[in-house]
Write a protein that binds this ligand. Structure first.
Ligand code: UDX
Length: 454
């Protein structure tokens, strides 16, 4: 493919350098994007911090470029912002040096190779290195489109005296972001200066040639319109990438596949799948309320407890013995699951989630209704989409009696059936978007043409 592509384009080859973030929810879509673009004839380099490296054996066609990051232990950072800043500062010179080498080597070769940088929105150094070297850059977002205008507006809200937000404003809709409320805003839980610093850190400080979103036009028409009104460069909405370019496992943790055999033995749509993603941590009290809610619900469940995600415990030592007995026979607890396979399994009737964007997309694409327990960042916006706009989710109040009730609403009651119906409609729309002439398919074609025009 690569030779044909070069022949068609006057002998020019393209090397796309994808600058990936070491977060699970960011790495996966980046590798999927690379897989798609490689299938279209582009050479792919994945530049990534040394911390949480992707498994290169699963992607034999890519070149991997580990960037020394000096992050010996992420635990040494007191805030996520500090971690992100260190990653950006430490990786930047190494990326720059590598690109300079590529550019110099090309000068000596007769064969031309155009280099384009596609960088994760958190890896802002990718954009600044590209700018310094005169290379085009594209920003890849693995969160919803809604997240972008929602964090960009925060400095403005601060100037207007609307941030930090106080009651009763919290419950109101932000006029510029309808249907999102003040309480759904990113970083709302942080001290004000930390929130402003976080926004400043991730607002693009360079002018990218284009933006990519792992989203679908029909899911987020207003957010995409808002972005298109603000930026005069192409905006590509090419999701859901896990359906467009499925890859071998991209998990940093080992997937426990025994849960699929367990699911095979369960009744259709009877199981509640519970997973709170790759980052969220919680107190023992919250984890225990979840456990009691599951135990009392009388529904089968598959619960992912990521090691270390309950503060102060290695794994599930926080569970009182009586509770373990209560849950026996009806539930399975694992450390990490093959989530996409779980959500596509016929036995799964609901997904209790932190509403990270990947989990949200993976669930709505399988028509699985969600119980929403957002922890922060973009997750509050995703929960609002699920419960208020797409009507495929219910927000959870963290108290065991409430939890039991919500589990029944989703798995047993008519409400759950209605959400599944909505899920089927959304699934149909996803299929349309991916088929010939559909919005994501067209956007992918436009993206390839755009890169070739750079
Ligand atoms: C982070 C942020 O929390 C999220 O808000 C943002 O949108 C992306 O980055 P994360 O916590 O990793 O996300 O959640 P999510 O985006 O849902 O991604 C988690 C990924 O891990 C999903 O692709 C999911 O399939 C996978 N996963 C999760 C597993 O494969 N197995 C599991 O047991 C749990």
């Amino acid at each position: 493919i690569h030779r044909e592509m070069a022949e068609e384009n006057g002998g020019i080859r393209w090397r796309l350098v994808l600058v990936a973030s070491p977060l699970q929810g960011h790495m996966t879509p980046m590798l999927q994007l690379g897989t798609y673009l490689h299938s279209k004839g582009f050479s792919i380099t994945i530049a990534h911090p040394e911390f949480n490296p992707p498994n290169s054996l699963n992607h034999p066609d890519f070149v991997f470029l580990p960037l020394p990051d000096n992050i010996s232990s992420p635990g040494k950072f007191t805030s996520f912002l500090g971690f992100l800043q260190a990653l950006n500062d430490n990786c930047k010179p190494h990326l720059r040096e590598h690109l300079v080498q590529i550019i110099n080597a090309q000068k000596e070769k007769s064969e031309k190779e155009s280099v384009v940088i596609i960088h994760d929105n958190l890896m802002v150094f990718g954009g600044s290195v590209a700018g310094d070297l005169g290379l085009p850059s594209i920003i890849m977002h693995s969160s919803s489109a809604a997240f972008f205008p929602a964090y960009k507006i925060i400095p403005q809200l601060h100037k207007d005296g609307r941030f930090p937000v106080h009651d009763p404003l919290m419950q109101e809709i932000v006029p510029e972001l309808d249907p999102f409320r003040y309480k759904d805003l990113p970083f709302i839980d942080l001290p004000m200066q930390d929130a402003l610093d976080s926004v400043n850190m991730i607002i693009p400080n360079t002018s990218p040639s284009a933006f990519i979103w792992n989203t679908l036009q029909f899911l987020e028409p207003s957010a995409l319109t808002r972005i298109r009104q603000q930026y005069q460069v192409p905006i590509f909405s090419i999701g859901p990438l896990h359906k467009i370019a499925p890859t071998p496992s991209t998990s940093f943790l080992k997937e426990d596949t025994s849960c699929i055999t367990w699911l095979d033995k369960q009744e259709p749509k009877s199981v509640l799948y519970v997973s709170l993603g790759s980052v969220a941590n919680m107190d023992e009290k919250v984890a225990t309320e979840i456990a009691w809610g599951l135990a009392n619900s009388n529904q089968p469940f598959l619960w992912v407890v990521r090691p270390g995600s309950v503060r102060g415990f290695e794994w599930i030592e926080f569970l009182p013995e009586g509770l373990v007995d209560e849950m026996k026979g009806r539930g399975l607890i694992v450390k990490w699951a093959p989530q996409k396979e779980v959500l596509a399994h016929n036995a799964v009737g609901g997904f209790w989630s932190h509403c990270g964007w990947n989990s949200t997309l993976e669930s709505v694409c399988e028509g699985v209704p969600m119980l929403c327990q957002p922890f922060g960042v973009d997750q509050l916006l995703n929960a609002r989409y699920l419960s208020y706009v797409w009507k495929m989710g219910i927000e959870i109040v963290m108290e065991r009696r409430e939890i039991e009730g919500v589990i029944r609403r989703v798995l047993v009651d008519k409400e759950g059936e209605e959400m599944r119906q909505r899920g089927m409609e959304i699934q149909e729309n996803v299929k349309l978007a991916l088929s010939h002439g559909g919005s994501s398919q067209n956007s992918l074609i436009d993206l390839v043409d755009f890169i070739l025009s750079l």
